[in-house]
Design a protein around this ligand. Structure first.
Ligand code: SF4
Length: 389
């Protein structure tokens, strides 16, 4: 008797490492239900689209992909696979999404995919390990706190169990993933200013913030994230540890000291600055100043001169004057970043910046600023780009 053909799935992943890690968890969930992953969406029974909403262009790619499916199905008279949308575009809510993208059958909030199964990894040496979900920082331009909700740390024991399993399976490199890895475990410690910011949630305005909130997460004693790094370093089989993404205001002295002395931690540190101008940083609600960012970098270099820094920068944030932009240029020269992910500002509906500020820098000007920074940082270091994962 012929065996039933197993049902198949395909996952299309857009965006950052965080989404890639989520897709590995989603794959594990499918596998546990007896479904088989295939690498051609045209043959799949179910297609998961793990979306990015960081810029309009990222959303446009999702629309383009759905359009391709529509055309293919019409031309080949194929039955429609079940289409499931997850990731950052879920901030629109199911109702709006199903209205915007009528082809979608189901919206899956990614925080509903738990850690019940070990992520299904394709790489056999390097593994992403998620240590937290969501974000409490409410940078004014960012959709993540709305799409992924409040920050929640995965329990220590669960993370260590996963690392042990990976080490036993021969994995040697680990990248710890979270929107703000440095604050891992702090929601249980209870730090007053952070709680105040969380309680204000969506209502937070840039003017509500202290000029420099860089100390607000400073815990008493060894921060939980440092303890986690130390525990992972105990595994002999694990040779390299990376973490993404760090926030400058949480890069406290104890963490700098640990990075300096623990050589299993990669010498490349990714530390998003977004702007070199204090007035822009304040409009972005980034919670640190140019000066406090420079202090973190200086301390990292003092901890180990071999440490290199990479960053994320947004150009053309609302109201960014030429003088403010030049402050970012001068910061880039001062720090000599090895790599920068430079983005042109794109308003995200629902964010504070979208509500409060006019997107008043013309695209041509954003592009000019983008090119200046790309030349200054990325083209200069073309041959020495750090390995990010
Ligand atoms: S820290 Fe800011 S930019 Fe990063 S995910 Fe949170 S809100 Fe977004």
């Amino acid at each position: 008797m012929a065996k039933n053909k197993p049902r198949t799935y395909y996952i299309k992943t857009y965006g950052c490492q965080y989404n890639k890690a989520d897709s590995e968890r989603i794959a594990a969930d499918y596998q546990a239900r007896g479904m088989v992953e295939i690498d051609n969406w045209r043959e799949a029974d179910e297609v998961v689209i793990n979306t990015c909403a960081v810029r309009q262009s990222a959303e446009d790619r999702v629309h383009g992909f759905l359009n391709n499916i529509k055309i293919y199905l019409a031309e080949n008279q194929k039955p429609k696979p079940k289409l499931i949308l997850t990731g950052c575009m879920t901030h629109y809510g199911s109702e709006k999404l199903l209205e915007m993208l009528p082809m979608i059958d189901e919206v899956l909030p990614v925080n509903e995919v738990g850690f019940n199964y070990q992520a299904l990894r394709k790489d056999k040496h390097h593994a992403f390990v998620q240590i937290s979900t969501g974000c409490n920082s409410f940078c004014t331009y960012c959709i993540v706190p709305y799409s992924r909700g409040r920050e929640r740390s995965r329990p220590f024991a669960e993370i260590i169990k996963e690392i042990k399993l990976l080490a036993d399976q021969g994995y040697t490199e680990i990248t710890l993933v979270g929107m703000n890895v440095n604050s891992w475990g702090l929601e249980k410690v209870g730090v007053p200013l952070r709680k105040m910011l969380m309680d204000r949630g969506k209502k937070i305005l840039p003017s509500d913030l202290p000029e420099n909130a860089s100390q607000y997460l400073k815990p008493n004693g060894t921060p939980p994230f440092v303890k986690l790094l130390q525990a992972i370093s105990e595994f002999d089989q694990i040779k390299k540890i990376r973490f993404l993404t760090s926030n400058p205001w949480d890069f406290h002295d104890e963490l700098i000291k640990e990075v300096g002395k623990n050589k299993k931690i990669d010498r490349y540190v990714h530390l998003p600055v977004q702007s070199g101008s204090n007035s822009v940083l304040q409009r972005m609600n980034r919670g640190y100043t140019r000066e406090s960012y420079l202090t973190v970098v200086k301390k990292l270099k003092q901890a180990d001169e071999n440490i290199t820094i990479g960053t994320d920068i947004i150009v053309g944030f609302p109201g960014e004057t030429e003088a403010e932009f030049q402050e970012t240029v001068s910061l880039a020269k001062q720090i000599d970043f090895k790599i920068a992910f430079v983005a042109m500002y794109s308003p995200r509906p629902g964010t504070v910046a979208w509500r409060l500020y006019e997107d008043d820098i013309p695209h041509k000007e954003k592009k000019r600023r983008w090119l200046i920074l790309d030349r200054l940082i990325n083209r200069k270091h073309l041959n020495e780009r750090p390995k990010i994962v």
